[in-house]
Write a protein that binds this ligand. Structure first.
Ligand SMILES: C[S@@+](CC[C@H](N)C(=O)[O-])C[C@H]1O[C@@H](n2cnc3c(N)ncnc32)[C@H](O)[C@@H]1O
Length: 304
């Protein structure tokens, strides 16, 4: 099976990470390997993490020509520090997280992310997550409603949660139909399938996406070396807000002269912003890949 994912903000992310020859970069989201390849092509060594075995397998074939400079790693980026320890790596010179799902994960019906084609109630990015069927059986109606409201920003979260707990579903198409049926017809969104927001919410819940992102952001100072850089590409406001707030909290406001060995102004901080505003995709990139439309890239450099 082919595994093709159109990489978003490739040149922009690689330019911001600016890897020097021999730099060690942690790509937290290997996917189809597009960003990793861009970094390898600049002479970096890339430790490339993904929780999805199919992504690792496909990218390993694609990136085999780079030899030992490409190091695929299994796991969840929420445990990035422990995974680097186990790989014998201390701090890295750069870190990239291109968040969310890859196109093959979304498009292959058997993975259970699709509302248009019937697939199993799965939605796991990797084996470390809980299958959707188990989550739907386990979560209470209130928990489901909260997840659909908070992760999908869906105004009809409560009636949808009620419908999802009222019966079981054979596949994702049945599930999508029940979600549509729980939203008054006149309130159906015009440009997207009525199940889009709920499917996003369920996917985020099943994969613990926001908790994993929070854990990665909290670990950032323990992951990158002084002078190292980190870049985050997010695809919806729930992710971008977390990235923006966490990076801002780590920014340095130090006004000490650069020759002072320690900060004496009382406004230390670990990071300097490299993107005062998020970088977005060009119109031509969006024309080629509509998924790029909502992408926001933020990058920082560790200063101390
Ligand atoms: C948007 S794709 C990355 C695409 C990649 N940058 C490229 O150019 O092909 C996101 C990938 O990150 C993986 N992923 C998402 N969350 C993860 C997590 N918490 N830990 C490890 N991998 C994760 C997904 O399985 C998916 O393969």
């Amino acid at each position: 099976m082919t595994f093709v994912h159109a990489t978003v903000l490739l040149d922009e992310a690689v330019a911001l990470l600016a890897p020097k020859e021999g730099a060690v970069i942690l790509d937290c989201t290997l996917g189809g390997g597009g960003h990793t390849e861009g970094l390898l092509a600049r002479g970096a060594e890339v430790i490339a993490l993904d929780r999805d075995p199919r992504a690792r397998e496909a990218a390993s074939l694609r990136l085999a020509p780079y030899g030992a400079r490409f190091r695929p790693l299994a796991g969840n980026f929420a445990q990035a520090r422990a995974l680097l320890d186990a790989a014998g790596v201390d701090k890295v010179d750069g870190l990239l997280a291109d968040l969310g799902v890859s196109s093959p994960q979304l498009d292959v019906a058997e993975r259970g992310f699709s509302f248009s084609r019937p697939g199993p109630l799965d939605m796991r990015m990797g084996p470390d997550a809980e299958p959707l069927a188990d989550y739907l059986a386990r979560a209470s109606e209130q928990e489901l409603a909260a997840a659909i409201r908070d992760y999908g920003e869906e105004p009809f979260a409560r009636p949808i949660a009620r419908a999802l707990k009222a019966r079981t579903f054979a596949d994702t198409a049945e599930l999508a139909a029940a979600i549509g049926g729980a939203i008054p017809r006149k309130a159906w969104p015009t440009k997207i399938h009525p199940a889009t927001r709920t499917f996003q919410a369920l996917r985020i819940a099943v994969n613990g996406e926001l908790a994993a992102l929070d854990a990665l952001l909290a670990a950032l100072p323990e992951l990158i070396a002084p002078g190292g850089r980190a870049a985050f590409i997010s695809f919806h406001s729930l992710e971008d807000r977390r990235v923006k707030d966490a990076l801002r909290a780590l920014l340095s406001h130090c006004t000490c002269p650069p020759n002072l060995p320690v900060c004496v102004c009382g406004r230390p901080g670990d990071l300097r912003a490299l993107t005062p505003k998020p970088v977005t995709a060009s119109l031509s990139a969006v024309a080629q890949n509509p998924r790029a439309r909502s992408a926001k890239l933020r990058a920082v450099e560790r200063v101390r």
